[in-house]
Design a protein around this ligand. Structure first.
Ligand SMILES: [Zn+2]
Length: 194
């Protein structure tokens, strides 16, 4: 992708952001989607007093493009005040049409980071799952994963039971008692051969 295209796309996303309708969250989002044809489709978030009816800028752009007959995409720029990432729903919708689409995430100050739809939603469910192709697909590398302190070392035996911080510190605390008091087992079964 040429630097000029990147700049133009981010600029259009910024302009689209000005048209955001976000009276409830006040979190304005603008998107600009570059189709393989060279056309750019913009979108902004459109909120609603019935909150579930809010729609994100990215999905507005995709829906506009598809309804205009374009389904091949090169890149999408998303501009917010703080460089927020596309939500899970938008990631899924982008993947439907273009797993490799470049995603340019920019903030108000012009800082940009670049990724792809597939990188934003690893091990996703997609069109391949319904195409009759062999499944499962190879698992993507977990390059960003840090070792989980709850996981013991590689020599641990399979199906080792270790305390779950989530249960002890989260759920059980909110339910007003210790795991023992409430009868929670507070364990997570971790199998090393999965
Ligand atoms: Zn979204």
């Amino acid at each position: 992708m040429r630097p000029m295209d990147r700049k133009a796309l981010i600029h259009q996303a910024k302009e689209a952001r000005e048209r955001a309708y976000a009276p409830y969250s006040n979190y304005r989002v603008g998107a600009a989607l570059l189709g393989a044809s060279g056309r750019i489709y913009t979108g902004c978030n459109v909120e609603n007093a019935v909150y579930p009816e809010c729609i994100c800028a990215e999905r507005v752009a995709v829906v506009k493009a598809v309804s205009e007959g374009e389904r091949d995409f090169v890149a999408i720029a998303v501009v917010t005040r703080d460089g927020g990432s596309p939500c899970g729903s938008c990631r899924q919708v982008l993947l439907e049409f273009a797993p490799q689409v470049r995603v340019l995430i920019a903030n108000e100050s012009g800082q940009v980071r670049e990724t792809s739809a597939a990188a934003l939603l690893p091990d996703h469910f997609g069109p391949d799952n319904l195409s009759g192709k062999p499944y499962p697909r190879p698992a993507p590398p977990l390059a960003h994963d840090r070792p989980d302190p709850r996981m013991t070392n590689a020599n641990s035996s399979p199906n080792t039971e270790v305390p779950s911080r989530t249960l002890e510190g989260g759920m059980c605390a909110r339910m007003g008692g210790t795991p023992a008091a409430k009868g929670w087992t507070a364990t997570t079964r971790i199998s090393s051969d999965q």
